[in-house]
Design a protein around this ligand. Structure first.
Ligand SMILES: Nc1ncnc2c1ncn2[C@@H]1O[C@H](COP(=O)(O)OP(=O)(O)OP(=O)(O)O)[C@@H](O)[C@H]1O
Length: 355
């Protein structure tokens, strides 16, 4: 388990971490999710020991590591731009942390072969980094980080520089790897889909603070505030309340809409609206609407529901939030934690210092 307690960090006058407290359970895959500049990397680097905190503590498995250098924290770190040693083969890059610890060659070979198998690079042992694809290089980076049996694996946008398809493949692969290796993993990402897909817990950051921590389902269905609701999925403002476009039901008949709406707690009510546009998006259909109040919002329907309604521009419909809608749950605590290359070669040396 990693415990960050009231971590505070300034860069000059700028407050990057504002008394952040967070518990990361042992063996979990936790995502730090938030917009650019929210402090995700700063928090991750503080756990790694790559940033010094102004105040607050970091504990890993019960050991206070706040004043320990990175190499004594028992961590493996993978950066977005992995700076491999270009003159070394894949085998030697992965073996680096073990070689500098002077482990016997036989032990190193066994370990490296095992890791290359786990990351799917068995046949690439003798290649050089320049002979790998971006995705393969990041997998090599993960193997190198795992080589020294870290207690904690810290990943800073590890797939950020890769194209969308490779990114999606690698996150599925990361999830499988984590199920196999079970090392406590913290993943920084600004991509909500990536976080929802791979993490078992998500901490949402905003302006140096944690807005909410929880499992993906809770954050999506019961966000603690409008920020979390908006950051984890699309939103529409209907009757002054935030709803997910796919939670909006459209009905042609006012009485039917009112009767159905009576069954829904915390409903924003039934909104009379005019259809402005009907857009087919593959399987789904987006209906752009204008309420009587002038408010614009969009509902997302399945094609079947849209076909059934047979909507056209200028027609009147009655919109309401469906029964199991995502709504902001203001009772949820904002934080689940307890109180209280510049030059690439230099970068490689710095990264290797952690290994
Ligand atoms: N070394 C530094 N010196 C000065 N300001 C910094 C430094 N590192 C980060 N910052 C600032 O601190 C804030 C948080 O940065 P951080 O990298 O933690 O954000 P982030 O959420 O990881 O963003 P991104 O997704 O863009 O990487 C940003 O406003 C950034 O400009």
């Amino acid at each position: 388990m990693i415990t960050v307690d009231t971590a505070r960090k300034h860069y000059g006058d700028f407050l990057a971490l504002d008394d952040v407290s967070l518990e990361i359970p042992r063996g979990s895959l936790t995502a730090l999710l938030g917009p650019s500049g929210s402090g995700k990397s700063t928090l991750l680097r503080s756990i790694a020991g790559l940033e010094d905190l102004d105040s607050g503590t970091v504990t890993i498995d019960g050991r206070d590591v706040t004043d320990e250098p990175p190499q004594r924290r028992g961590i493996g770190f993978v950066f977005q731009h992995y700076a491999a040693f270009k003159h070394m083969t894949v085998r030697d890059n992965v073996a680096f942390g073990l070689s500098i610890r002077k482990r016997p060659k036989k032990e190193i070979d066994t370990k490296v072969d095992g890791l290359l198998e786990i990351v799917g690079l068995e046949g690439y042992r003798a290649r050089y980094p320049a002979q790998l694809s971006g995705g393969q290089r990041q997998r090599m980076a993960l193997a190198r980080a795992l080589a020294v049996d870290p207690q904690v694996l810290l990943l800073d946008e590890p797939f950020g520089a890769l194209d969308a398809k490779v990114r999606t493949d690698l996150r599925t692969w990361l999830r499988r790897l984590h199920d196999e290796v079970h090392v406590t993993t913290v993943l920084v990402t600004h991509d909500q889909e990536e976080a929802l897909d791979v993490a078992d817990r998500i901490a949402v950051l905003n302006a140096g603070r944690i807005e909410q921590v929880g499992d993906p389902e809770t954050l999506y269905d019961r966000p603690a505030n409008d920020f979390v609701m908006g950051f984890l999925g699309s939103i529409a403002s209907m009757g002054g309340q935030l709803v997910r476009p796919h939670d909006i039901e459209l009905v042609r008949d006012r009485e039917e809409a009112l009767a159905r709406d009576a069954e829904v707690a915390d409903s924003p009510g039934v909104i009379e609206a005019t259809v402005e546009r009907v857009v087919r998006l593959g399987f789904e259909v987006r209906v752009d609407l204008r309420a009587d109040s002038g408010e614009h919002f969009a509902a997302q329907l399945t094609r079947r529901d849209a076909d059934h309604l047979h909507l056209h521009r200028g027609e009147t419909v009655f919109a309401r939030a469906g029964q199991r809608s995502s709504v902001v749950d203001r009772v949820v605590l904002a934080s689940a934690a307890p109180a209280g290359a510049g030059r690439l070669a230099d970068e490689a040396v710095r990264q290797a210092a952690i290994a």
